[in-house]
Design a protein around this ligand. Structure first.
Ligand code: SAH
Ligand code: SF4
Length: 416
């Protein structure tokens, strides 16, 4: 862990220093034990119809609702308002009434880490809904590149799917995020990066330009909330990130792949990782339910896929497991006829895993074969290694931190 600052804005390079000048006060990591779940519901993540319904419930006249919804939508999703009293085009009485019943709160940000390469990771706390566990935690990662800024968003706390090479699958706690908690991750990133319409951004261009559902969880096992959230993110009158700049990554929940095309219309990424069922059953156990042939058929049928809108196939490079030239050959063969991109991901090891990342020259050989077969096969270099921020590898470091934190708190309590 080098160059990392938890809860501070300290940054290494000049660019980072400029970036950090735009964000608000440094974050102090708050002890988990002090977490208080929000008392009032947030309007963030509700559809227009749901907001109208909520307004009806507090006595807003039917004739007024549509206009109020438009105003709220603009303030929340274009201006990034964090409180009703900022919404100056709404009457003061109405703003006060709204504040009695609702908030426009996002998930609570409890820590921010800035990597040497500019990657930022935020730790978010969410209500657990029970008394024993105080709160749940998820992470959200921002990866700046020269031509874009990608936000890696989570769909669940933990994951039920237990892929053998993935750290998320080993986590004990699992719950679906709500649509508000998913949209809230984009709101939090825009808040921390000062990336809303009326705030100063460099050359007027947005910092968060792309969204990938590649954080914790299997998005297609939380379909409704993910759909509702992504429709809000893509809404032209709001956050307005085009569907072509939103990518949903799935381990292969076949029935919901078709629904994704029909009901959300975003770009698709498939976590393939193996070309033979026997091996894929081991790496991605969901393969037992939806084997490779069915998965590829769903990709062939994916509405809207074309050469301009290719499906990405993710392939994690595991030494001696799936990285032979035979595998590369089979991969090319089986993707024939599907408008595809191949994304080779160097395995990001985590404490306790038996897998190793393929040797670099093997990754190069594999990549070259695929390239010669006509596929661009960028090797996705894990960003933010120093803060363990690679997508699919979220939360591990903070989990350790919070154990330490709890021990420290207990120790303090004993010496008090
Ligand atoms: N559940 C979804 C999305 C989250 S994982 C899915 O599986 O597609 C995002 C990507 O990171 C997936 O391709 C996943 O297989 C990959 N991944 C998980 N753990 C990894 C690790 N330790 N190293 C590299 N990639 C990993
Ligand atoms: Fe879940 Fe995706 Fe990790 Fe598999 S790779 S355990 S589906 S998060």
């Amino acid at each position: 862990m080098t160059g990392i600052s938890i809860g501070t804005e300290a940054a290494g390079s000049a660019t980072q220093a400029q970036t950090s000048a735009r964000v608000g006060a440094p974050l102090e990591k708050i002890a988990l034990e002090t977490y208080v779940p929000p008392a009032k519901p947030s309007l963030v993540g509700l559809s227009r119809a749901e907001i109208a319904e909520q307004l009806g419930a507090i006595g807003v006249a039917p004739a007024q609702r549509k206009m109020r919804v438009q105003q709220l939508w603009h303030w929340i999703y274009v201006r990034g308002a964090e409180r009703f009293d900022e919404m100056t085009s709404i009457s003061k009485a109405m703003r006060e009434e709204l504040a009695v019943h609702f908030t426009v709160a996002r998930p609570e940000v409890v820590a921010e880490q800035i990597s040497n390469d500019g990657t930022r990771k935020w730790l978010l706390r969410l209500p657990s809904g029970d008394q024993i566990e105080k709160a749940h935690e998820v992470e959200c990662v921002y990866i700046p590149e020269t031509d874009r800024g990608t936000l890696c968003v989570s769909s669940q706390v933990g994951c039920t799917l237990n892929c053998s090479f993935c750290h998320t699958g080993t986590q004990r706690l699992v719950r679906n995020l709500t649509a508000g908690e998913i949209v809230g991750q984009i709101m939090v990133a825009r808040d921390r990066l000062n990336d809303w319409a009326d705030r100063v951004t460099p050359a007027g261009s947005r910092l968060v330009t792309n969204v990938v559902m590649m954080g914790m969880g299997e998005p297609l096992y939380n379909f409704d909330a993910v759909r509702d959230a992504l429709l809000i993110v893509a809404d032209n009158e709001g956050i307005g990130i085009s569907r072509r700049r939103i990518t949903l990554s799935t381990s292969g929940v076949v029935p919901n792949i078709i629904r994704t095309g029909d009901e959300i219309g975003v770009m698709l990424a498939i976590s393939l990782h193996a070309v033979r069922d026997e091996l894929r059953n081991e790496l991605v156990p969901l393969n037992r339910k939806y084997p490779i042939a069915e998965l590829l058929q769903a990709c062939r049928d994916y509405p809207g896929s074309s050469n301009a809108r290719r499906i990405t196939f993710e392939y994690v490079m595991l030494k001696g497991v799936n990285d032979s030239l035979e595998d590369a050959k089979l991969l090319v063969k089986m993707l024939k006829g599907i408008p595809a991109k191949i994304n080779l991901i160097p395995f990001n090891p985590w404490p306790g895993t038996a897998y190793e990342c393929s040797d670099w020259d093997q990754i190069e050989k594999f990549s070259e074969y695929i390239f010669n077969a006509g596929y661009s096969s960028p090797v996705r270099t894990p960003r933010g290694r120093d803060i363990l921020a690679a997508c699919g590898q979220l939360k591990s470091e903070t989990e350790k931190l919070s154990v330490r934190e709890r021990q420290a708190l207990r120790a303090m309590a004993m010496t008090d």
